[in-house]
Design a binder for this molecule. Structure first.
Ligand SMILES: [Zn+2]
Length: 455
């Protein structure tokens, strides 16, 4: 089985985000997850509006936690990235009204041109645009939250069908998907409806949208709406049900690194948000980080080079430090301490719970009870939160969790701690010590996880 996640194309979004005095440019990522050239390709778009976390979190999971085994999935999880991290529907106006006419001077002109080109790529067979909508769509007015004035829990099409060689029967396909997902949705309120906006017949607002742009370019397109009445992880769950159903109708096969249940979806979006700074000189899991992390060793007079597996993570220059955002959430604030860097130490030897290990700097180490850093002549180890009178170099000492002050942890549960290495006054790198946190899900260990296919 082959997995191609063309990250090379897409990692540009974070690299340029933060450095002193630099105005960040918020580009989106494109993940191409390709198993075969012949089978169909679905393009998933999340985050066209920045305040719809159900859509962009679902797309981010599709981008990072799914392995496509037949067919192809292209995913843009963070289309309006600047609005996502600033928690705004549209920091420069509603991007989903910029697809019929757009002034060249619009700040989002380039982004819109770029996503238009991706939609028009000849490989794309259908486009799914993921939204969080208000209330619950119903054909007839029921009450304030349920009626034709609402959008939640609906599959949106612009017209019954389009002239195209494949998948042009929009209504028929939307109804098939509706039947499949409704079969697994227990409560009546959450069940899906299909809504035809009949855009061509004079809906001037819908004419400006991304899906109608697709339709005009002979690309079948669907708007998927989850209700904003639900919590984020519930919205993500419904989005994934819909997307997986579309995939199965088109014959696209996949595996994912978690089970499709609300609790495991919540676990996936709330945990394991890795942040790497300056080529892993600093390596943190910031998902449950404290509001503020002090003494973060940054490099003197050098730009900050930030990287993350998550397309929803951004680091923003903020007064004398850096704000870390994950989607709509503020995760932490990094207060830096500036050092010269030294790169002569790549790995260290540590005894973890009685077992000898050689570990690369810039990685996480699982510790149950105790650890012991083997001394390296010329280098000094410093466990943030550990103090012993008269001891400057903390290698060569057996250290237990109880020896480290909880308030110095990276995370709020006091399980993650920093072990840093220095050569004289220069900073060499760190390890993230993990006392009893769950192992993160990884694509490489897919077989460890149950894969529950769609019924
Ligand atoms: Zn929306």
């Amino acid at each position: 089985m082959k997995i191609i996640a063309s990250l090379a194309l897409s990692l540009f979004s974070l690299c340029a985000v933060a450095s002193a005095g630099y105005q960040p440019r918020f580009d989106f990522r494109l993940y191409k997850k390709e198993a075969t050239n012949t089978a169909p390709t679905i393009l998933i778009i999340g985050g066209i509006q920045g305040d719809e976390p159900g859509g962009f979190n679902a797309a981010a999971l599709l981008a990072t936690q799914y392995k496509i085994t037949k067919g192809n999935l292209w995913v843009v999880p963070n289309l309006n990235f600047e609005s996502i991290i600033k928690r705004s529907r549209g920091i420069h106006g509603d991007m989903n009204r910029k697809f019929s006419h757009l002034d060249r001077n619009d700040p989002e002109y380039e982004l819109v041109q770029k996503i238009k080109a991706i939609i028009q790529d000849e490989q794309i067979d259908i486009v799914l645009n993921l939204h969080d909508g208000s209330g619950f769509y119903r054909e007839k007015y029921v009450d304030r939250l349920h009626g034709p004035q609402r959008w939640g829990q609906s599959i949106i099409i612009d017209q019954e069908k389009i002239e195209t060689h494949r998948y042009g029967e929009l209504m028929a396909l939307a109804k098939q998907v509706r039947e499949t997902v409704n079969a697994v949705i227990d409560n009546e309120e959450s069940r899906y409806r299909v809504r035809n906006t009949r855009t061509r017949e004079g809906d001037t607002e819908m004419e400006k949208t991304l899906t109608y742009f697709s339709i005009r370019n002979q690309k079948p397109a669907f708007g998927l709406e989850v209700s904003k009445e639900y919590l984020t992880h519930e919205r993500v769950y419904y989005h994934l049900l819909l997307v997986e159903s579309f995939m199965s109708k088109l014959g696209i096969e996949f595996e994912r690194s978690f089970t499709l249940q609300k609790a495991s979806v919540k676990d996936m979006i709330d945990n394991n948000v890795r942040l790497s700074i300056n080529d892993r000189k600093i390596y943190l899991d910031v998902a449950n980080a404290r509001r503020r992390l002090g003494y973060v060793p940054l490099e003197k007079s050098a730009p900050l080079d930030v990287d993350s597996d998550s397309p929803l993570l951004a680091v923003i220059n903020d007064r004398n430090g850096y704000r870390v955002r994950y989607g709509n959430r503020h995760v932490t604030w990094l207060h830096p301490q500036f050092f010269e860097y030294d790169s002569s130490l790549e790995q260290v030897r540590i005894e973890v719970d009685g077992h000898q290990k050689t570990i690369e700097l810039g990685s996480m180490v699982e510790v149950k009870d105790s650890f012991f850093v083997a001394p390296v002549p010329g280098y000094r180890a410093n466990i943030i939160g550990f103090k012993k009178a008269g001891l400057r170099n903390e290698s060569g000492v057996l250290i237990r969790r109880a020896d480290i002050a909880s308030r110095f942890s990276v995370d709020r549960q006091a399980r993650l701690f920093r072990l840093e290495f220095y050569k004289d006054k220069k900073y060499c790198g760190m390890l993230l010590l993990n006392f009893g946190r769950k192992k993160p899900a990884r694509l490489s260990s897919l077989s460890d996880y149950a894969n529950i296919p769609m019924p």
